[in-house]
Design a protein around this ligand. Structure first.
Ligand code: SF4
Ligand code: SF4
Length: 322
């Protein structure tokens, strides 16, 4: 099966970021500067090297002996239990479709397992750098969990190939949506009932028989039609209004204005994650008291600092957020 989805490259070689850099007359992209104050505290390249180290182990020999009575329910239960044991917050199973694969890549296996690894939502109280560092650390975990889960499935007797940031062949949102791991919010990210949008993904492509999921619809998009929190908090106004959505393959979604988003997420020293952090789906379904307390504390500080002005951005988070 060949991929049909255009991939947006992360990192300093992203063509759109390069184009904006030329338009702005910049010689480098601030987020990826290696001599910035941020780079002295946190080495992005070292983190990338750690997830890249898993890439050669994404595939391997398959045990020729498959288990007796390999029915989907039993195999799914084994894989789920192993995934959770390895550190996944949740897993889901779906048929692989071309829209889940980036152009230029193909797989000859019929199903996909999406693995969610949770981020620490509490990092929002420590500012953008802490959030960014957490995301990079969790990407390493995604690479580890998907690689070790694929090895486990091959040991069970089925073909299995891991995909993560070090390989980048799977399109995360359509795969995770089909695997029943959440609903699409207006901020463009997938929202999981328990983890909100504070997570990172990994994948395993396989021929193991699996119990397939249905999309998990629990009211996010109905809320988005009346909620403007991410829209009003986005510094460069990159998030569209409630009525400005598109429907792709039957799924309603809001397209973030990526060039505008890059103003705050690539052309500053530190990444931006605000749309996800202000979303009430951090706690709306799970009712987790710790998340509720963090959310209230974060939003209080944002409000005190004037969060309802879209052009506003916290430049000194340590001072403002404490
Ligand atoms: S902040 Fe509000 S509008 Fe934005 S994704 Fe969350 S619920 Fe939807
Ligand atoms: S990451 Fe920041 S700039 Fe980009 S859409 Fe979210 S809030 Fe807006």
């Amino acid at each position: 099966m060949k991929g049909i989805t255009q991939h947006r490259f992360g990192g300093p070689n992203d063509p759109l970021a390069q184009q904006i850099m030329r338009e702005k007359g910049l010689s480098e992209i601030p987020l990826y500067r290696t001599d910035s104050p941020k780079a002295q505290k946190f080495d992005l390249n070292a983190c990338m090297a750690r997830w890249m180290a898993y890439t050669p182990h994404r595939d391997g020999p398959v045990n020729p002996q498959q288990p007796q009575g390999a029915d989907p329910a039993h195999i799914s239960a084994l894989i789920r239990a192993r995934g959770l044991e390895l550190g996944a917050g949740d897993l889901g199973f779906a048929d692989l479709t071309p829209v889940m694969i980036n152009t230029g890549h193909e797989f000859h296996l019929p199903r996909i397992i999406s693995v969610l690894v949770a981020e620490d939502y509490g990092k929002v109280l420590q500012g953008a750098l802490a959030v960014e560092e957490e995301a990079f650390e969790v990407y390493v975990e995604c690479a580890r969990v998907s690689t070790e889960l694929a090895a486990y499935i091959r040991e069970l007797g089925f073909a299995a190939i891991a995909d993560h940031n070090g390989t980048g062949e799977i399109q995360a949102i359509p795969a995770m949506y089909a695997c029943g791991l959440g609903e699409l919010g207006k901020h463009g990210s997938l929202i999981h009932a328990r983890f909100g949008a504070s997570f990172r993904p990994g994948f395993v492509i396989t021929d193991a028989p699996l119990d397939l999921a249905l999309p998990d619809i629990f009211g996010v998009q109905d809320t988005c039609m009346n909620c403007r929190l991410c829209e009003q908090n986005c510094p460069p106004s990159a998030i569209r209004s409630s009525g400005d959505f598109v429907v792709t393959e039957g799924v309603k979604r809001w397209q973030v204005d990526i060039p505008r988003c890059y103003e705050a997420s690539r052309f500053r020293d530190e990444y931006c994650h605000i749309c996800v952090d202000v979303c009430p789906y951090q706690h709306k379904v799970n009712r987790d008291p710790e998340r509720i307390a963090i959310y209230k504390s974060f939003m209080k500080k944002r409000k005190q600092a004037g969060y309802r002005t879209p052009a506003w951005f916290i430049e000194d988070e340590e001072k403002v957020l404490g």
